[in-house]
Design a protein around this ligand. Structure first.
Ligand code: HEM
Length: 351
């Protein structure tokens, strides 16, 4: 073989390896339809990294929605599906509330969810129409739901969140033109339940959040008013919380009370970062807004070094009253100590 043929073969081989590697790493979160029935090797949609802001401010920090990934399916689907089913069985009124005026919007939200899942994850979800009724079948769980037509007994938002990994809420406008929580299936909330807060305006929902009214309330009202079906948006949020050593991460997805129960002296394995990917879509027919929340939990130990250092920076930047709201006194000193220790170890290794 002469040199140019050798180079050509080597180049083709390299190209093949790179494209295979790229496919396995990145194709999962592109816009291509998923072709697997089993989602065990789909990693969760990557969370927005903690930025390490030097000065605390409540920020909207919204960006254009990655539309192809409005709803996600990943390797936690089956485990979380079990938790979701149990909550809807045992704690239904705490996790699902729909005011009567939200029915049409909930139905439209379900239609959008079904449309999206059947296109994006077409090997998992399959639908059929018979007259006015729709049937949606989930091949992963074996479940089938019938909705539409005269079928008014099924709660459309319940069906929607039995299909998705995301919690879903419907925001509608009241007579004062303020958005309020008209329906909500919030199975993985932290520090609240929909049973107590259904019907609350966005402003009232955020009353406990320090600086909300001073720094962001007006922008949020404008943002919600301007949202159109063509301009869906998303944002990310994180909380830090504590679990007991005997609790698994799946056990604490539903956290209706405080963030730091029962463990006043947490180890880094028991300090948990709760990330939420929040999405905002205006429904074209009813004009209501669908608010989606995907929750993703990791322990402090699992955070990459850069993010751990960014978290430490942000924790230190919070004023006293913000720290108090976020429960810093319980987990803050341990988290900072862990970050300093890990930084020292890394520096030693580099010398
Ligand atoms: C652009 C829109 C929004 C922004 C900027 C925003 C921002 C925030 C922030 C900064 C917090 C405090 C998080 C922390 O402790 O670090 C919070 C908490 C919360 N948000 Fe939002 N949020 C938005 C939309 C919504 C919507 C649509 C709902 C409706 C369900 C909602 C429900 C809540 C609740 C229930 C809390 C917990 C409040 C508490 O401590 O009791 N948020 N939000």
């Amino acid at each position: 073989m002469n040199n140019s043929i050798c180079a050509g073969v080597a180049f083709a081989f390299l190209f093949l390896i790179i494209s295979k590697f790229r496919t396995s790493l990145f194709s999962k979160w592109t816009s291509k339809p998923c072709t697997e029935v089993n989602c065990n090797d789909l990693k969760p949609y990557p969370a927005q990294p903690i930025k390490g802001r030097e000065r605390y401010r409540v920020m909207m920090d919204v960006r254009r929605l990655d539309v192809a990934n409005w709803l996600t399916v990943d390797n936690n689907y089956m485990a979380e599906h079990v938790v979701r089913g149990q909550l809807l069985e045992k704690e239904k009124s705490k996790v699902l509330q729909c005011l009567p005026e939200s029915y049409d919007a909930c139905m439209e939200a379900l239609e959008e969810v079904v449309d999206f899942l059947c296109q994006r994850f077409s090997t998992v979800f399959e639908r059929k129409k018979s007259g006015d009724e729709w049937t949606i079948h989930n091949k992963m769980t074996g479940e089938t739901f019938v909705f539409g037509g005269q079928n008014k007994e099924v709660d459309p938002l319940e069906v929607a969140v039995r299909l998705t990994m995301e919690d879903l809420s419907i925001l509608m406008k009241n007579e004062d033109d303020e958005y309020y929580l008209a329906a909500s299936a919030s199975l993985f909330p932290v520090g609240w339940t929909v049973q107590e807060r259904i019907g609350w305006t966005i402003s009232r929902l955020h009353n406990p959040v320090p600086l909300w009214h001073q720094q962001v309330a007006n922008s949020v009202s404008k943002f919600l008013a301007r949202l159109t079906p063509e301009s869906p948006m998303e944002r990310s949020n994180y909380f830090v919380e504590v679990k007991r050593p005997d609790e698994e991460l799946f056990d604490i997805l539903y956290r209706p009370t405080s963030l730091s129960e029962d463990n006043p002296d947490p180890s880094p394995q028991d300090i948990v970062i709760r990330r939420e990917r929040q999405t905002f879509r205006r429904l074209p027919r009813t004009g209501a807004i669908v608010f989606g929340v995907k929750t993703f939990l990791t322990t402090l130990e699992e955070l990459p070094m850069q993010e751990l250092q960014n978290l430490a920076k942000e924790i230190k930047s919070w004023p006293e009253y913000v720290g108090e709201y976020k429960g810093r006194e319980v987990w803050g000193p341990k988290a900072l100590e862990f970050c300093e220790k890990k930084t020292r170890m890394m520096e030693k290794q580099e010398v």
